[in-house]
Design a protein around this ligand. Structure first.
Ligand SMILES: Nc1ncnc2c1ncn2[C@@H]1O[C@H](COP(=O)(O)OP(=O)(O)O)[C@@H](O)[C@H]1O
Ligand SMILES: [Mg+2]
Length: 363
């Protein structure tokens, strides 16, 4: 399968990266530097360029350098024989994406054009944290499986919000409630269907991945835990029946916004029972499943962005990660404070960079 390669990356007033321009290698790119120098910012810039979103904040206004009015990232992607220039201009909370100088039809289309998969230390929340993390995983993957997901999700969230507003402002007999509930049902069932598919694709791959790196004899089982009733009629009824409760609670209690991806180890829910090491193995298994599903759906190897690889010097985990990376036939951008710990790649397949006070230079 052909890899997606980011050949060059440039930033302008992006966080502390005032003006960076780097030429990247097609396989391993190692960015090292002390804490607080801009390593994560650089990976974030690559992620924003590829998807128009950040992996560490939902507030785009945070991305511009302090005091700057406008900011931006731009870069050149190669996909097989094809090249394209992508850029994202940022002004406050607004963003302007471009592909080869033209505005894409929609942000949704832009977001799945250049697949990237991120690993960062906070990602352990996929296994240990709240269900929102696992919904995001299903949605990232679902967006590649079904290009309509992002539109459906937005329509669904809007319908849930409007229904809630109607309930709270105009009460449980508000005249517009049935209309909003009809929209919640239509979009909610579509979201649930795509999430179910995402879970079906991710599950077996993650389970097999865990069998290779996890605790022998303790199988991981991954299942979709949907919160949408199975069909239109029962969904409509459930919404109607929960109006009083939802109004009192200030939140909708029925629907796929409460979905989860259930992770069990030897029959017990991983969250709350698994060890630190098991959580890490689960996360690695889920992330490698994400890469495989995205690769298959898009027909291209995604770029991997790994943040702070040696932040915890857990030898077993690092070894599993390196074995996994060694097998990845695509481009990798990774950051570390300890380049000597990073044993991936050969002299030919590896490019090293130094990140210092917002500047990035080959080393
Ligand atoms: N919007 C911003 N404008 C200017 N500097 C910023 C902005 N956001 C973060 N920074 C700075 O970026 C630095 C942290 O960069 P980061 O990439 O997280 O470091 P690390 O190399 O440890 O990964 C800090 O010095 C922080 O003050
Ligand atoms: Mg960092």
């Amino acid at each position: 399968m052909r890899p997606l390669v980011l050949e060059s990356l440039a930033t302008f007033a992006f966080r502390n990266l005032v003006e960076v321009s780097v030429t990247l290698g097609p396989s391993f790119n190692v960015f090292s530097g002390e804490n607080g120098q801009g390593k994560t910012n650089l990976l974030e810039a690559a992620y924003v360029l590829a998807t128009s979103k950040s992996f560490r904040t939902s507030k785009l206004a945070e991305l511009g350098a302090h005091g700057a009015d406008v900011a931006g990232v731009r870069g050149k992607f190669r996909e097989g024989p094809d090249y394209r220039e992508q850029s994202i201009g940022l002004r406050g909370a607004a963003r302007a994406p471009k592909v080869d100088g033209k505005r894409p039809k929609s942000l949704f289309e832009y977001a799945v054009r250049s697949p990237v998969v991120v690993f960062h230390p906070a990602e352990v929340a996929l296994s240990m944290g709240p269900s929102a993390e696992r919904r995001k995983l299903m949605d990232r993957v679902g967006a590649y499986l079904s290009p309509g997901l992002l539109v459906e999700l937005e329509s669904y969230r809007r319908a849930v919000r409007e229904r809630q507003r109607a309930l709270e402002v105009r009460g449980v007999s508000a005249r517009d409630l049935p209309d909003w509930e009809a929209l919640v049902v239509t979009h909610g069932l579509r979201v649930a269907e795509i999430r179910q598919r995402a879970a079906t694709e991710l599950g077996p791959r993650a389970e097999q991945g865990f069998a290779r790196i996890g605790t022998p004899g303790l199988p991981l089982v991954v299942t979709y835990l949907g919160h949408a009733p199975a069909d239109e009629a029962s969904f409509r009824r459930a919404l109607e029946e929960s109006r009083v409760k939802d109004r009192a609670r200030g939140a909708a209690t029925v629907g796929p916004h409460r979905d989860d991806l259930r992770l069990t180890l030897g029959g017990h829910v991983a969250k709350g029972t698994a060890s630190q090491g098991q959580h890490r193995a689960i996360v690695l298994a889920l992330k490698s499943a994400e890469i495989e599903v995205v690769s298959d759906a898009r027909g291209v190897r995604p770029i991997l962005l790994l943040d702070d690889v040696s932040s915890e010097l857990d030898a077993a985990r690092t070894e599993a990660l390196f074995r996994f990376l060694g097998a990845h036939e695509g481009q990798v951008l990774l950051t570390t404070t300890r380049p000597e710990m990073i044993t991936v790649g050969t002299a030919e397949s590896r490019k090293d960079f130094r990140v210092e006070s917002g500047s990035v230079t080959p080393s």
